[in-house]
Write a protein of this length. Sequence first.
Length: 85
Amino acid sequence: MVRAGRPVRLQFYRDETADCSDRVVLDDFGIDAALPAFQTTAVEFTPEQAGEFPFRCGMNMLKGLLVVEPATAERRASSSPPQAP
């Protein structure tokens, strides 16, 4: 869980060499980090506010969303479907 006011470390593994995936950009946090091919890159920051924050590749083709819970949020069960044994 990502919580406002607490340090976050996101780890990105880039498993190919296409130009599109050579950067990760989190505009709301001022992050524009290079992602070397076939390596894991850690991106660390502290989100100060709760909310939904998009992230993207340098070419704005690959996209994702970081969800930050309020600092006082109660921990709730995951909404992910159960995994098969």
